[in-house]
Design a protein around this ligand. Structure first.
Ligand code: SF4
Length: 358
C-alpha cells in the first residue's frame, strides 16, 4: 500500500512518520494523580502491545504525578492538556515525551507560544489535536458550523504559530465523530502538510459499535495512504482500544502482531459447531504474540483453500477436520481433538518465529 511521505518525529523511543511502522496509542482511564493505579494500567496496555500512552492532566496535582510515573513507565508518555497552559509547562517539568494540546481551548496564541518554547528547549514534540467538539468560537463564527474545513483550518493556524517559533516537531490530528467528515478532514490536511498525522475517530462509542465505526473511519483513512499513528477511542477499558487498533492494522496488512484469524461465518453446510470452535481458537490464541495466520473453516467449499493460504488451518467435515500446515494436510482428526492439535502447532510456529527474530 502506498503511504504518503511525512516528516519523522520521535516520541521517547518510538518514531512517528517518515516510514516508521504505524504505532498504536491509547489513553489511561485512571485518575492520573493515582500513580500506582495509573502505572498498573500502563503496564496492562504495554502487555497488549500499546506503543505510546496518553494521560489526562486536568490539574496541577495530576501534572506533578507525571514526574513519579514517567521514570517507571515502560511506554513513552503523552500529557493531554486542555484549558491551562501552565499544566503543559508542569508536564514538561515532569519529563513527558510529548504534549497534546488543543489550541482551540488553550487560550491566547501567546500561551501556545510559551508552551512551544518550553517544549523546544527540551526537544519534546507537540500534537496539535483539533477536535470537532472543541473548535474555538472564532473558528465556529468563521465557518458557521463544525466542519472538516474548520477542523483543518484550526489545526493549520496552530501549526503556523509553532512554525513561527521555528518549532517543527509536530504531529497533527483532526478528529471528528462522523466518519465521512473525519475522512475528508484527514485527506485535506494531508494535502497541506508533511507533518505526521495521528488518526482517530473521536468519541466513537462502545467497544462493539465504536470498534466498527473506528475500523470504517481509520481503515478508510489508512487505506488512502494517510496516517502515521492511530488511537481507537472506545467507551471501554483501554486495552480494548489497543486490541482494536492492531486488528485494524493487521486487517490492512500494515502491521503483523499476534495471530491473524480467518474464520468462516458458518452456514447450513457446516457439519461441526464452527462458531464454537472459532471462539475457542480466538480465546486460546489471545496470548500468542507471534505473527501467525490461522484459518478455521467449516466445510470443503472454501475450507481447504483458505486453510492452505494460512500458516495453519483446519477444514472441517462431518464430526472431523483436516489440519493444514504450510498448505499441506498434516492430520485428519476427530472434532474434539481439532483445537488442541491446532494450538500445539501454533506454539511450534510461534517458537520458530521467536527463534528466527532472536
Ligand atoms: S466454509 Fe463451508 S461452512 Fe463455512 S461458510 Fe463457507 S460453505 Fe459454509
Amino acid at each position: 500500500m502506498h503511504r504518503t511521505t511525512t516528516r519523522k518525529i520521535r516520541v521517547g523511543n518510538v518514531e512517528i512518520g517518515g516510514g516508521a511502522p504505524i504505532s498504536v496509542q491509547s489513553m489511561t482511564i485512571t485518575d492520573t494523580r493515582d500513580v500506582e493505579g495509573t502505572l498498573v494500567q500502563i503496564y496492562q496496555l504495554a502487555t497488549e502491545g500499546c506503543e505510546i500512552v496518553r494521560l489526562a492532566v486536568p490539574d496541577q496535582e495530576a501534572a506533578a504525578a507525571l514526574a513519579a510515573i514517567k521514570p517507571r513507565s515502560p511506554l513513552p508518555i503523552v500529557a493531554d492538556i486542555h484549558f491551562d497552559h501552565r499544566l503543559a509547562l508542569a508536564a514538561l517539568e515532569g519529563g513527558v515525551d510529548k504534549l497534546r494540546i488543543n489550541p482551540g481551548n488553550i487560550g491566547s496564541r501567546a500561551r501556545t507560544r510559551i508552551v512551544a518554547k518550553a517544549a523546544k528547549e527540551r526537544g519534546v514534540p507537540i500534537r496539535i489535536g483539533a477536535n470537532i467538539g472543541s473548535l474555538s468560537k472564532a473558528m465556529l463564527r468563521r465557518f458557521r458550523a463544525p466542519s472538516a474545513e474548520a477542523l483543518v483550518e484550526s489545526a493549520m493556524e496552530d501549526v503556523q504559530v509553532l512554525e513561527d517559533l521555528d518549532f517543527h516537531d509536530i504531529v497533527i490530528s483532526v478528529k471528528a465523530s462522523e466518519v465521512p467528515m473525519a475522512v475528508r478532514a484527514y485527506a485535506m490536511i494531508s494535502e497541506r502538510t508533511q507533518y505526521p498525522l495521528h488518526v482517530g475517530i473521536t468519541e466513537s462509542g462502545t467497544a462493539w459499535a465504536g470498534g466498527i465505526k473506528s475500523a470504517a473511519g481509520i481503515g478508510a483513512i489508512l487505506s488512502s495512504g494517510i496516517g502515521d499513528t492511530i488511537r481507537v477511542s472506545l467507551a471501554a477499558h483501554p486495552v480494548e482500544e489497543v486490541k482494536a487498533g492492531f486488528e485494524i492494522l493487521k486487517s490492512l496488512g500494515l502491521r503483523t502482531r499476534g495471530v491473524q484469524l480467518v474464520a468462516c461465518p458458518s452456514c447450513g453446510r457446516a457439519e461441526v459447531d464452527i462458531i464454537a470452535i472459532a471462539q475457542e481458537v480466538e480465546r486460546r490464541l489471545a496470548r500468542i504474540n507471534a505473527p501467525v495466520k490461522v484459518a478455521v473453516m467449516g466445510c470443503a467449499v472454501n475450507g481447504p483453500g483458505e486453510a492452505r493460504m494460512a500458516d495453519l488451518g483446519i477444514a472441517c467435515g462431518r464430526g472431523m477436520g483436516l489440519l493444514f500446515k504450510d498448505g499441506k494436510i498434516v492430520a485428519s482428526l476427530p472434532e474434539d481433538r481439532l483445537v488442541d492439535a491446532l494450538m500445539e502447532q501454533v506454539e511450534v510456529i510461534a517458537r520458530e518465529k521467536a527463534a528466527a527474530t532472536a
